[in-house]
Design a protein around this ligand. Structure first.
Ligand SMILES: CC(=O)N[C@H]1[C@@H](OP(=O)(O)OP(=O)(O)OC[C@H]2O[C@@H](n3ccc(=O)[nH]c3=O)[C@H](O)[C@@H]2O)O[C@H](CO)[C@@H](O)[C@@H]1O[C@H](C)C(=O)N[C@@H](C)C(=O)N[C@H](CCC(=O)O)C(=O)O
Ligand SMILES: Nc1ncnc2c1ncn2[C@@H]1O[C@H](COP(=O)(O)OP(=O)(O)OP(=O)(O)O)[C@@H](O)[C@H]1O
Length: 525
C-alpha cells in the first residue's frame, strides 16, 4: 500500500468542521505528523494516531500504545495514561475515527465506484452477483466487502475471509485504499445495520445504494434494542446513496422511499418487484419487474422487464440464468443486474457475468444416490428458513423435507421462535443441533426451539453432535426427499465458549456422509 499520513492540524480542522472536537492538548516537543493509525494497542508503529474506542477499552491499552510509539490519542475523555501525547477529546470517537481514517487513507472512495447493499436477507448473494457482472467489464477489478470474503485486489492473495459483514471504519478505509492501489475500479459492499449503529460507514456516500428487504432480526442485547432502531439504522443507507434502488415488495416500503427522497431526487430512485406484484396504494411506478421461467436443482431461469421510461434507458431487459437456485435469488439477481446496468453494462454482459456466480455455503446442492438431494444453505432466521422451505415445497412437488438446524448462543435469541414457526410450517422432520452455542448450553437452545414446534406436524430429534445429525438426516432420506442443512453455510468452526473450534464445514461433512452411504449401498448390492 502507498504511504499515508496525516498532520495534527488536519485532524483538528476535520474534527472542528464536523463539530466533534471538545478540546485538544498539543505537546510542543512531540512530532505532529502521524504515519500510522490504529485502534488496537497490539498494532502500533512509530508516530501512530491511536483511537480509544469501544465498550471493552481499558486505559492500560493507551499506556501500551504510548510505549510502543503512539504520539496522539483520540478519545471521548482525557486519560492520565496519555500524558505527554497530543490529545484530541471528541464528542463521538467512532465518528471521529471514520472521518480521520478516510482522510488518513486519502479518501479512497473518490477513486472507486461504490455500490452498497442492505437488507435483512440477500446482501451477500446480491453483492457476489454484482461483482460477477462488474468483473466482466473491468477485467476482474471489483473489490468486495462481504460477510464471506473481502477482496482488495485482482490476485488470489488479495482475497481473505472477513470477520464482520461491514468492517470497522479504519479497516474499511484502509482496505479501500489497498484496493485503489491495486488498481480496483469498483467496490461492492454489504452494509449491515450495525455498521450504521457503530458509525463504521459514517461520512461515506455510495454511488448506488440498494434496499433489499427488512424483517425483524438482530434485535437483542448486543445488537439493536428494538425493530425501530434496526429499521432506522438500515434506512441510513438510502440517505447516503446518490442513486437508490428499492425492492417495492419490502415491508416498510413507504419509510424506505421517504428516507431515499430526503437526499435523492425521485428521478434517481428505482423500484423493482416481481411481475405479479400489485399494490394499489403504491404511488410510484415500478421500474423493473422480474418473472420466474423455470428452476431445477441446477439452475434458475427468469426474465427481467424494463417497465418505466426511466428503466428503458438501461439495456438490461431479457432472459437470465443463475447457477444459484431458489426463487429468492431471482430477486437478488434482479437487484444486482439493475446495479450492473446503472454502472454501464448491457444485457449480454450482465447475463454472462451472473451466469456462473456461486457463493460458498449458499444453496450448495449435492445429489446423492438414493438419499435425495442435500442442500447446504446459510438460512438462519425465520424469513430465510421460510423462503428456503417454501421454495422447495413449491418447486419440487411437495417433497418430504428433512432439516438440520440449530440456533446460535448469546445472540439473536429472538430468532428461536422463528425457527420453531418455520419448521412447523414446512418441515416433516427436524434434527435440532449445535450452531455456535457460545456460552450457552446447546441442549437448552435446542429444547427452546423444540418447545415451540407443533409435534403433530414435525417429528423432532435433538442431536447435538452436528456431524451425526447430518449423517442421520441424510441416511434416513429417500430418493425424492430434500435434506436442508441450515445456518452455518461455509463456516469452518463452531464458536464455543469464546473459542473458534475447528469444524470441517457442512459441505465436507455432507460429502463424506454421502460417500460412505453410497459405499455401504455398493457393498450390499
Ligand atoms: C458491538 C460491536 O459493534 N462490537 C464491535 C466493536 O467492539 P468494541 O468497539 O466494543 O471493541 P471491543 O472489542 O470491546 O474492544 C475495545 C477496544 O480495545 C482495543 N484493544 C483490545 C485489546 C487490547 O489488548 N488492546 C486494545 O487496544 C480493541 O482494539 C478495541 O478498539 O469493534 C470490534 C472491532 O474493533 C468488533 O470486533 C466488535 O464486533 C463484535 C465482535 C460483533 O460481532 N459485532 C456484530 C454484532 C456485528 O457487528 N455484526 C454485523 C452483522 C449484522 C448483520 O448481519 O446485519 C457486522 O457488520 O458484522
Ligand atoms: N432475498 C431473500 N429473501 C429471503 N431469503 C433469502 C434471500 N436471499 C437469500 N436468502 C436466504 O438467506 C440466506 C442468506 O443469504 P445472504 O447471505 O445472501 O444474506 P445476507 O443478507 O448476507 O445475510 P446475513 O446478514 O445473515 O449474512 C441464504 O442462504 C438464503 O437461505
Amino acid at each position: 500500500m502507498s504511504e499515508s499520513s496525516i498532520t495534527l492540524n488536519t485532524c483538528i480542522l476535520i474534527l472542528k468542521e464536523h463539530h466533534l472536537l471538545k478540546s485538544s492538548a498539543v505537546q510542543d516537543a512531540v512530532p505532529t505528523k502521524m504515519d500510522y493509525i490504529s485502534y488496537d494497542s497490539r498494532d502500533i508503529k512509530t508516530n501512530t494516531l491511536f483511537f480509544c474506542k469501544g465498550a471493552g477499552f481499558r486505559p492500560t491499552y493507551l499506556s501500551m500504545a504510548k510505549e510502543n510509539g503512539a504520539i496522539c490519542y483520540v478519545a471521548e475523555q482525557p486519560y492520565p495514561e496519555g500524558k505527554g501525547m497530543h490529545a484530541l477529546i471528541v464528542r463521538d470517537v467512532s465518528k471521529a475515527m471514520a472521518l480521520l481514517s478516510a482522510a488518513f487513507f486519502r479518501f479512497p472512495q473518490d477513486d472507486l465506484y461504490v455500490v452498497a447493499f442492505t437488507g435483512t436477507k440477500g446482501k451477500t448473494t446480491s453483492a457476489y452477483f454484482l461483482k460477477g457482472m462488474l468483473d466482466e467489464i473491468n477485467g476482474g477489478r471489483t473489490a468486495l466487502i462481504s460477510s464471506v470474503d473481502d477482496v482488495v485486489g485482482p490476485k488470489p492473495e488479495d482475497r481473505f475471509k472477513s470477520s464482520l459483514t461491514t468492517p470497522e471504519s479504519l479497516d474499511l478505509f484502509r482496505d479501500m485504499r489497498t484496493a485503489v492501489d491495486n488498481g480496483m475500479t469498483h467496490l461492492v459492499m454489504e452494509v449491515s445495520s450495525q455498521a450504521y449503529k457503530k458509525n463504521r460507514v459514517f461520512g461515506l456516500t455510495y454511488d448506488l445504494g440498494f434496499f433489499l428487504n427488512i424483517t425483524p432480526d438482530h434485535i437483542g442485547p448486543n445488537e439493536h434494542p428494538n425493530f425501530a432502531d434496526y429499521l432506522h439504522c438500515k434506512l441510513q443507507l438510502m440517505v447516503n446513496s446518490r442513486k437508490c434502488i428499492i425492492n417495492a415488495m419490502s415491508d416498510h416500503f413507504d419509510e424506505i422511499y421517504a428516507a431515499a427522497t430526503t437526499t435523492t431526487n425521485p428521478d434517481s430512485i428505482y423500484l423493482f418487484s416481481s411481475n405479479d406484484f400489485e399494490n394499489p396504494n403504491l404511488k410510484q411506478p415500478i421500474d423493473f419487474r422480474f418473472q420466474s421461467v423455470e428452476t431445477d436443482m441446477v439452475e434458475t431461469k427468469f426474465k427481467l422487464f424494463c417497465a418505466s421510461e426511466k428503466a428503458k434507458k438501461l439495456p438490461i431487459a431479457g432472459a437470465y440464468t443463475l447457477q444459484m437456485i431458489g426463487d429468492f435469488n431471482e430477486m437478488n439477481g434482479t437487484a444486482a443486474i439493475i446495479g450492473a446496468g446503472l454502472a454501464g453494462e448491457n444485457h449480454d454482459q450482465c447475463a454472462k457475468g451472473i451466469r456462473h456466480v456461486t457463493i460458498p455455503g449458499r444453496m450448495e446442492a449435492l445429489p446423492s444416490d438414493g438419499h435425495g438431494t442435500v442442500i447446504v444453505d446459510y438460512a438462519h432466521n425465520k424469513a430465510s428458513m421460510m423462503a428456503l422451505m417454501s421454495f422447495m415445497k413449491k418447486e419440487f412437488n411437495n417433497p418430504k423435507i428433512i432439516v438440520v438446524v440449530g440456533a446460535p448462543g448469546d445472540k439473536g435469541v429472538s430468532r428461536r421462535p422463528g425457527f420453531s414457526e418455520s419448521l412447523t410450517a414446512y418441515a416433516d422432520k427436524a434434527f435440532l443441533t449445535t450452531d455456535d452455542p457460545g456460552f450457552e448450553d446447546p441442549q437448552d437452545i435446542a429444547e427452546e426451539i423444540d418447545a415451540g414446534i407443533d409435534h403433530t406436524k414435525v417429528d423432532v430429534t435433538i442431536e447435538l453432535d452436528r456431524e451425526k445429525a447430518i449423517h442421520d438426516a441424510i441416511a434416513m432420506a429417500n430418493k425424492d426427499d430434500i435434506v436442508l442443512i441450515c445456518g452455518k453455510g461455509a463456516d469452518p468452526f463452531q464458536k464455543i465458549r469464546g473459542v473458534d473450534t475447528p469444524y470441517p464445514t457442512d459441505i465436507k461433512v455432507a460429502e463424506r456422509v454421502i460417500n460412505e452411504l453410497e459405499k455401504d449401498a455398493d457393498k450390499e448390492n
